[in-house]
Design a protein around this ligand. Structure first.
Ligand code: NAP
Length: 254
C-alpha cells in the first residue's frame, strides 16, 4: 500500500518535493494549493486547490484521505495555514514536517532596513516620492495606500489592477536571475526595493542586484509561526518521509 502524504504547497520547495515523490515508488502524494494564482503550473502528482475550511476541514481531509504524513511547504508568510497544519496534525496524530528556507541574512554591501510588517515598510519609504520596486506579491499591496506619493513597480505572478494611483504591475513568475534583475532595476530607475524575507533561493537575485547597484532594501520580517519539526532542504524531507514509510511497512509486517 502506498504511503499517503499531503503536501501543503505554495513554494518551489513544495513543488520539488512533489516531483521527487512522483519519481519514487511507494508514495501517494497530493499537493495542495491555496489557489492564489490564476495560472497554476500543473504538478506531476494529484493536486487540489483552495482552502480546507479551517482546522476542522483539514482534520476531516487528513482522516478521509488516510494521510500518513503532512508536509507544510507553504510560503513562510502563510502563517495561518501553518498554524492550522500544527493544530490538525495534533488532533489527528499525523506526523508533521515543515520545510522552510532560513531567512536571508545581509552580507557586506547590503543596505537593508528590517521592518516588522507591511505598514512598517510603507512608513520606511519616507515622505519624499521615490521609485519603488514592490516585490511582495499581490495580496498586501493595499498597505501602501498610505504612501501613495511613490511610484511603484509591483511584481506579482498574475497581472491585476492595483488600488494605488502611481503603480504599474509586472506579471512575472520566478526563478529570477541576477543579470535580469539588475537590468530591470536600472531600466526602471528604481531607488528602493521592498521585499518579504522569504529566504527562497529562487527570489534572492533582486537583493543581490540591489547590492550591486548600491540600492537600499526594505525587508519585511516573517510572521511568527508555532513550533514544528522543521528542515531546510528537500533532501531532509525525503529522508524524514522515508523513515516514516519504512516504519509503517515494518508495523504492517508484524
Ligand atoms: P494564509 O494566510 O496562511 O492562509 C489563509 C487561508 O488560505 C488558509 O487558512 C487556508 O484556508 C488557505 N490556504 C493557504 N495555503 C493553502 C494551501 N497550501 N492549501 C490549501 N489552502 C491553503 O496564506 P495566504 O492568505 O495564502 O497568504 C498569506 C501570505 O503568504 C501573503 O503575504 C502571501 O503573499 C504569501 N504567500 C502565500 C502563498 C500561498 O501559496 N498561499 C504563496 C506565496 C506567498 P482554509 O482555512 O479554508 O483551509
Amino acid at each position: 500500500m502506498a504511503f499517503r502524504v499531503l503536501i501543503l504547497g505554495g513554494t518551489s520547495e513544495g513543488r520539488r518535493l512533489a516531483e521527487e515523490l512522483a519519481r519514487r515508488p511507494g508514495y501517494a502524494a497530493t499537493l495542495s494549493f491555496a489557489g492564489r494564482t490564476q495560472s497554476l503550473e500543473v504538478p506531476p502528482v494529484p493536486y487540489r486547490v483552495g482552502g480546507f475550511g479551517g482546522v476542522p476541514g483539514l482534520v476531516e481531509y487528513l482522516r478521509r484521505e488516510r494521510c500518513q504524513a503532512l508536509v507544510d511547504a507553504t510560503h513562510p508568510f502563510a502563517a495561518q495555514m501553518s498554524l492550522h497544519a500544527v493544530r490538525a496534525a495534533e488532533l489527528t496524530a499525523t506526523p508533521l514536517l515543515r520545510v522552510e528556507c532560513p531567512p536571508w541574512r545581509p552580507v557586506e554591501g547590503d543596505r537593508w532596513t528590517n521592518v516588522a510588517d507591511m505598514s512598517g515598510a510603507a512608513a520606511a519609504l519616507g515622505e519624499r516620492p521615490r521609485r519603488v520596486f514592490l516585490s511582495i506579491g499581490r495580496l498586501e499591496v493595499g498597505a501602501f495606500r498610505v504612501a501613495s506619493q511613490h511610484d511603484y513597480l509591483i511584481r506579482a505572478v498574475d497581472d491585476f489592477v492595483p488600488d494605488l494611483p502611481r503603480a504599474r504591475v509586472l506579471a512575472q513568475r520566478g526563478p529570477f536571475e541576477l543579470e535580469a534583475e539588475q537590468e530591470l532595476l536600472e531600466r526602471e530607475r528604481i531607488e528602493v526595493v521592498v521585499s518579504k524575507n522569504a529566504g527562497a533561493p529562487a527570489t534572492y537575485a533582486k537583493l543581490a542586484a540591489a547590492r550591486v547597484l548600491g540600492l537600499p532594501v526594505i525587508l519585511v520580517a516573517r510572521p511568527p509561526l508555532p513550533a514544528a519539526h522543521t528542515v531546510e532542504r528537500i533532501e531532509s524531507a525525503l529522508g524524514w518521509l522515508h523513515a516514516l514509510h519504512e516504519a509503517s511497512i515494518q508495523r504492517r509486517g508484524v
